[in-house]
Design a protein around this ligand. Sequence first.
Ligand SMILES: *Cc1c(COP(=O)(O)O)cnc(C)c1O
Length: 383
Amino acid sequence: MSSISSSDATVGASPVAAAAGLVSSDPLALVREDLRGFAGYRSARTDKVEGSVWLNANESAWANEADTGCAARRYPQPQPAALRQALADLYGCATGQLLVGRGSDEPIDLLIRALCRPGGDAIVVTPPTFGMYAVCARLHGTPVVDVPLVDTAEGFTCDFRAAERAARETGARIVFLCSPGNPSGTALPSTEIAALARALDGRALVVVDEAYQEYAGTPSAVTLLEAHRNVAVLRTLSKAHALAAARIGAVIADPALIEVLQRCQAPYPLPQPSVELACRALAPQARAETARRIDITRAERDRLAGLLARAPGVRCVYPSSANFLLIRFNDPRAAYARLLAAGIVARDMRQAPGLGDALRISLGTPVQNDAVLATLAGLEAAA
Ligand SMILES: *Cc1c(COP(=O)(O)O)cnc(C)c1O
């Protein structure tokens, strides 16, 4: 890895072959030059040795009185094999292409730190979008370049040409796409994501945040990885798998990039109770139940979107491929207050650019969704 010299930094593969679309470049060329030979922290779990009495990590010799299952005395595996395998099976990739993180929030941070020089380089984001890309960039001193989504009659769409141009002009190292988008609800076409990755080959990593992919019914960008080594995909167990508190997410990318990210990660990132819960949640029976609930949510999404589009005071309900609806109101303040008075907390989107009249409402159980409908039915049409 340390053999990559600065002269390779912009184009990893032969420029001619890359331009012909034959080979995509080595994504290691996108990693910060000063981190390419970085080994990270050597933990007590780094060396693969066999033994039965482990006295190498200064752990207590006894379990805590409260730790009845004796699950927590020892430091956990940095990347537990069973969970990594279960996630790789779930997302259709090889284990070497996947790094488990503390939610997908941690991989967002790792990607920015590994690819962008502190205080330099840049990332491209497409607002309105998930706020963590810009937060992590800001904490790292990385400039954020906005390429707004375009609000059309079919919903928000991504201006891929503008994103490509912005990345080229600013020398951005990462383009963060969100599909389905939060809060837009839009699933991005894979052909366009692939074209963007090809256009930015050797220049930038295209990150596709698929936090809501389970609800979409379109193919995951994981299918693009084989042809495009500069694509990375973020997945999470926080939404459709109902494990937000376990903090388990993943980044799926080229194995060489995954290795770099792991070296940038904390030594023991995954709490053992979370790992065990996630493994149980990915057993066949739990997965089948998750799939059933996703079906219910998708059916509810269509039902609610149809009914709300005709509700008084509703300007527009955006098409959604996720588990929420983005809705514009004539009087968003009144809609928010009315929901709150009924005990229903919606997400006020008025701070987001171009969404001054919008609320984002997560889909709940059918009973909860009925309560949303009943509450909003009382809005004044004229208000
Ligand atoms: C909710 C959400 C996440 C999830 O983050 P976790 O850290 O995995 O809980 C990531 N991206 C988007 C767009 C989200 O809406």
